[in-house]
Ligand binder design. Sequence first.
Ligand SMILES: Nc1ncnc2c1ncn2[C@@H]1O[C@H](COP(=O)(O)OP(=O)(O)OP(=O)(O)O)[C@@H](O)[C@H]1O
Ligand SMILES: [Mg+2]
Length: 310
Amino acid sequence: MAIVEIRNFSKRYGDFEAVRDFNLDIEEGDIFGFIGPNGAGKTTTIRFLSTLLEPTTGEARICGLDVLKQPLAVRKVIGYMPDMFGVYEGMRVWEYIDFFAAVYGIPKADRKKIIDDVIQLLDLDKKRDTFVEGLSRGMQQRLCLAKTLVHDPKVLILDEPASGLDPRARVFIKELLKALRDMGKTIFISSHILSELADCCNKVGIIERGELLAAGGVRDILSQFSESVRIEIEILSDPGVCENILHTFPEITSVEVFGKMFKVEFNGELTSIPDIHKKLNEGGVEVLWFKDTPPDLEDVFMRVTKGEVA
Ligand SMILES: Nc1ncnc2c1ncn2[C@@H]1O[C@H](COP(=O)(O)OP(=O)(O)OP(=O)(O)O)[C@@H](O)[C@H]1O
Ligand SMILES: [Mg+2]
């Protein structure tokens, strides 16, 4: 059973169809990147999953719990980070975390350790006694993420956690996501910039103007929507042997030979690329280097979406 299941979700605001009927499954341990331009329907979907929005049609389950029928139970298993940081004047960083821990009903005696743990995880030690309103954007995002972790949720639902951050701060968030995944969390994260997420997600969904255009494993999406992969090979042995082996692959649509260098166009399942390398080795070809340049998720994104801003 998928840890997050969305069935026939759609949302209308009056006459306006913000999200058109879609289904989506996310498995335990996934880092799912929900990608789409401004106005695509990301926040609408996230608010639905976080029990904050009444759908027009559809239902969703998280950890087997019904988002519509069991909202309180759902809130205990999710950590929701909204796209906006609420301003809390006069609260220090540790008090802010303590406040949310209290909201989740964590007894006072347990809260100190939890505060220490999340402060350490988010590297907020130096800001512990700083007033929240004086934090930089990057630090506010970190604090906001810290707050979503206090009740040790299984599923994190993060709405654009990396937006407006500088490159170093984005790297920090990405590393943190991986650490959280390694701690056993499932992560649903939205962004309007694909490259922000491409290297840390194992699954992506691409949404535009309320329509889920594609969803699945990063590799599957790549092979489904991209054209060819370029492979460059340099060998030390007889180029004729190498060329013959390359031509045995029906997925290889073109082979250019430059002495002992080869430029190959490959149109097939990405998972079979290692077979080429293997066959060359087995055929006695001495491969000096073998470099495949996989299609970029960014290319796929540009191709799948129409690029129109709602
Ligand atoms: N309460 C509302 N009333 C009317 N229209 C709304 C409401 N909330 C959202 N919309 C519209 O629904 C569409 C989807 O909005 P949503 O906030 O889900 O997009 P998003 O993908 O999160 O965009 P962004 O990247 O800008 O955050 C937009 O066209 C938005 O204007
Ligand atoms: Mg949004």
